[in-house]
Design a protein around this ligand. Structure first.
Ligand SMILES: O=C[C@H](O)COP(=O)(O)O
Ligand SMILES: CC(=O)C(=O)O
Length: 209
């Protein structure tokens, strides 16, 4: 159960906004703007003080699937269970995170940057990984190369992805979804420009394959 991440990530749209939300009062209008633009899965990074409260608030918006990102310690899983996060994402994969994710009720997406890291995750039972930071690691060409030795593994590339290059990733058979911050730019969130965020979400939605 805890390893079945792909159905959650694909539930509404293969483009997942990666969010850093400072103010809990922005959670609901932000989720509603994304939903109006056609996106119903988000990754709320634990990079802000309010992140847990933001997850809890966004989960009140009917239809939203709300995951947590930037999970770097196994102990953070407990807080995420309390706020009923729908899934958990890490920018890396330590043995402790892999094991905690394996037994958690929340689907877990660990991140890899090398073949050896994929193999270590496979040993624990994982077959879906974040590929981070994707553009620095070689982008779509690197993912194409990984498919040779690892044909049954799927990836969620994140890092350096934009509307312009998103399609290059999503067209690959071993890419389940992509993550990115471009859909919710920091300045749009700061000025509460919900219509711009809705428009950016709509553009990303149009990429549905
Ligand atoms: O740490 C970065 C996030 O994972 C998203 O990356 P991005 O800002 O390049 O889209
Ligand atoms: C890199 C990323 O998406 C994370 O911080 O979880």
């Amino acid at each position: 159960m805890s390893l079945e991440i792909a159905p959650f990530l694909k539930q509404a749209h293969p483009v997942i906004p990666v969010l850093a939300v400072e103010h809990v009062e922005d959670a609901v209008p932000l989720a509603e703007a994304l939903q109006a633009g056609g996106i119903e899965v988000v990754e709320v990074t634990l990079r802000t003080e309010q992140a847990l409260a933001v997850i809890k608030a966004m989960k009140q918006v009917k239809g939203m699937v709300v995951g947590a990102g930037t999970v770097v310690r196994a102990s953070q899983f407990r807080d995420l269970e309390d706020v009923k996060a729908d899934f958990v994402v890490s920018p890396g994969a330590t043995p402790q995170l892999l094991e905690t994710g394996r037994v958690s009720r929340m689907p877990f997406l660990p991140a890899v940057a090398t073949v050896s890291e994929v193999l270590k995750g496979m040993e624990v039972g994982y077959d879906c990984f974040k590929f981070f930071p994707a553009s620095v690691l070689g982008g779509p060409a690197a993912l194409k190369a990984l498919r040779g030795p690892l044909p049954d593994i799927t990836f969620c590339p994140t890092g350096g992805i934009s509307l312009a290059n998103c399609g290059d990733y999503l067209s690959l058979p071993n890419v389940a979804c992509v993550g990115g911050s471009w859909i919710v730019p920091g300045d749009a969130l700061k000025t509460r420009d919900w219509s711009r965020i809705e428009q950016l979400a709509r553009e990303a939605s149009s990429l549905r394959g």
